[in-house]
Design a protein around this ligand. Structure first.
Ligand SMILES: Nc1ncnc2c1ncn2[C@@H]1O[C@H](COP(=O)(O)OP(=O)(O)OP(=O)(O)O)[C@@H](O)[C@H]1O
Length: 452
């Protein structure tokens, strides 16, 4: 394996034995060579191959049960593959499912020592890092209590604090992070970002499109144990969403479409040639905050973190005319919802409604959403607007008592400014990319700067 490769997965398959009845397991153990097998095989992973380069950050996405955790466990060596090989080069620290790696009867402090030792640190090295670990975890006196008394959030805090403080060369993070509160999640992500900048290889499983786009150089889409696609995060996420929200009778067709897409165009680079790299001169002005935000009473859903970002996931509010951006927000559902869909609206300072869109028609809205589910609404748009200041609305609609109603609605939830552009020919608010010409050679000759 070349020294540029941190993880190489080659033809990995994993089959689990499924026993219909408890005594079948015993029968299989007692009669392993009998003609009849007492179990059926379930393939959680099928023939997966990919490499992760040293210093690369790769996101793994997929629907529930697609095999993500199984794959991470194989990479971390806590599960062995039924076929194929997983080669890992470098000290690996993993934050897998809650509960892995800690002894519930030991205190937080004891578990830090236990975990640190398992990850290859000497006692003296752990002693030197203990204060940093405790400070990052920030769980106060609980560090001296047995971890079985911890809340799941405290557990994650400590596990993460250990994982990032053992100087890993490879960091593997499962969904576990979503257990912490938002402030802690933010702290973790900025630390992961720093580690990534320092050259640590990061493998990251998440259901959050925003996190994958924000953090990863590349993304992999797993489905029913197969790797359907690998490529630029935004490209992969768009297809993952298509699959995740496909009605049951269309899932197979969408899978095939994604697979054929993967055989053809799966851009490996995060840049999008259609839109160019020029969006990078857009900026974020922290002082630009709307003072006119109105939140309507929530009816079972809550819109959070509405903002505009570049295609590569950078938060911006000073935009360049003609470039492409994403207006995005999350919706947390507090009760079950039916026929849910999200909407956006761009307005001028005086409230003139310039452009709006919804995520689906009413007929194609998400049929049923469970309490606790989260949406990430994304509206990709070209900024075809005159220089000036604009406000954004966000709304999520659903069916209440048979009629469509707002489950949450926020007016003027975000704002942005469009930068003036040299040589702009369009007038008024919207630039329709008009191709203007003037007939007559004399007129053509007289246009342009005055002579002299
Ligand atoms: N020990 C096991 N025995 C039998 N089946 C298993 C076992 N572990 C996992 N599976 C099955 O393998 C499939 C893949 O599971 P895995 O946990 O890897 O999925 P995942 O993509 O991480 O899902 P999620 O997003 O829900 O966490 C699932 O159908 C799961 O039920």
């Amino acid at each position: 394996m070349s020294s540029d490769v941190a993880i190489r997965i080659e033809g990995v398959s994993k089959a689990f034995a499924i026993y219909e009845r408890p005594h079948h397991r015993l029968m299989q153990q007692l009669l392993p060579n009998a003609q009849r097998a007492w179990y059926r095989e379930f393939h959680a992973l099928r023939d997966i191959s990919f490499e992760v380069g040293r210093g690369e950050t790769v996101g793994i996405v997929g629907r529930n049960g697609s095999g993500k955790s199984t794959l991470l466990q194989i990479i971390c060596g806590t599960l062995s593959p039924s076929a194929g090989s997983a080669d890992v080069r470098g000290r690996i620290a993993a934050l897998l499912e809650l509960g892995a790696g800690f002894n519930p009867d030991f205190t937080g402090r004891e578990n830090v020592y236990l975990n640190g030792t398992v990850l290859g640190l000497s006692r003296a090295q752990i002693e030197r890092r203990f204060d940093d670990i405790a400070a990052f975890a920030d769980i106060g006196d609980f560090i001296e209590q047995p971890v079985k008394s911890y809340s799941s959030g405290m557990y994650v805090r400590l596990a993460f604090a250990v994982a990032i403080n053992v100087s890993p060369e490879i960091l593997v993070v499962d969904e576990a992070l979503s257990v912490g509160d938002e402030a802690f999640q933010r702290k973790c992500f900025s630390r992961i970002q720093r580690m990534r900048d320092d050259g640590v290889t990061v493998l990251f499983v998440s259901h959050s499109a925003g996190h994958v786009i924000e953090l990863c150089d590349r993304a992999l889409l797993l489905d029913r144990g197969e790797m359907l696609l690998a490529g630029a995060p935004r490209h992969v996420i768009a297809r993952y969403h298509k699959l995740a929200f496909a009605p049951a009778d269309l899932v197979d067709a969408v899978r095939e479409q994604i697979r054929s897409d993967a055989d053809g165009i799966a851009p490996e680079s995060a840049s999008d040639p259609a839109h160019g790299a020029a969006v990078d001169d857009s900026e974020f002005d922290p002082d630009m905050k709307p003072m006119s935000t109105v939140s309507y009473p929530s009816r079972g859903a809550r819109i959070v973190d509405a903002h505009v970002q570049t295609l590569s996931g950078r938060r911006v509010n000073v935009l360049r005319a003609g470039a492409t951006y994403v207006y995005t927000y999350r919706v947390a559902f507090e009760t079950n919802a039916y026929r849910a869909r999200c909407g956006m609206l761009i307005k001028t300072v005086s409230g003139l409604e310039l452009a709006g869109a919804v995520s689906a028609t009413w007929e194609n809205a998400v049929e049923r959403v469970e309490a606790g589910d989260e949406f990430e609404a994304r509206f990709e748009f070209r900024c075809l607007l005159a220089p000036g200041t604009y406000f954004l609305n966000a709304g999520v609609q659903g069916q209440i008592d048979g009629a469509e109603a707002y489950l949450d609605r926020q007016v003027d939830v975000a704002m942005f400014r469009v930068m003036p552009e040299a040589g702009r020919l369009a007038t008024a608010w919207v630039d329709l990319d008009v191709r203007a010409s003037v007939d007559g050679t004399d007129a053509a000759r007289r246009s342009g700067p005055p002579p002299g």
